[in-house]
Ligand binder design. Structure first.
Ligand code: ZN
Length: 181
């Protein structure tokens, strides 16, 4: 495989970070063959910047392309690069959560929860995905108090509505898998 092609380049620095996460949290991926790429494309999905994508290489694609690669993690450098280290690790951890070997074959794992805030607001934790996410979020809730309820500006000053420096970045997975050289 060439080290770079078009918008893509191989990313040993991402592989290094990912290997630490695999050893700590994803032991099932220690035997997986994963290629890490950085894309220079300014990727967005529904107008939201994408930090990274995880995709699998199917048995058929491995045969046709004569490769043993099972997963491709693509990092969108323009969106990933400016993030603090802890957020980089979280996004990479997210992408690795999508990757699972089942009986030696690569599978893309869906999210635990794909939900609307309004539904949770109206119906509570009505399914196991919502319960699992709520349980995971609960220990972090005290840290959200300030963010959820910002102090209003004192009168008579007008209330300033601050916008974040950049739009929230989300990690998405896309299928089908990109072609593997
Ligand atoms: Zn995802």
């Amino acid at each position: 495989m060439p080290e770079a092609a078009g918008e893509y380049r191989e990313a040993p620095e991402i592989a290094e970070l990912a290997w630490e996460l695999i050893q700590a949290h994803h032991p099932g991926l220690q035997e997986a063959t994963i290629v890490y790429l950085v894309s220079s494309k300014d990727a967005k999905q529904n107008g939201v910047p994408i930090v990274g994508q995880a995709s699998k290489v199917t048995d058929k694609e491995r045969l046709v392309h004569d490769t043993n690669v099972q997963f491709v993690l693509t990092i969108h450098g323009k969106n990933f690069g400016p993030l603090p280290d802890e957020q980089k690790a979280a996004h990479l951890d997210h992408l690795l959560c999508h990757c699972r070997l089942y009986e030696g074959s690569p599978h893309i794992v869906p999210h635990d929860l794909d939900e609307f805030a309004g539904v949770i607001s109206r119906h509570g934790l009505y399914d196991v995905g919502a319960i699992a996410i709520a349980a995971a979020i609960q220990p972090h809730l005290p840290g959200l108090e300030g963010a959820a309820r910002p102090e209003p500006a004192p009168p008579p000053e007008p209330v300033a509505v601050e916008k974040p420096d950049r739009p929230s970045r989300r990690t998405r997975d896309l299928e089908p898998a990109p072609a593997v050289a």
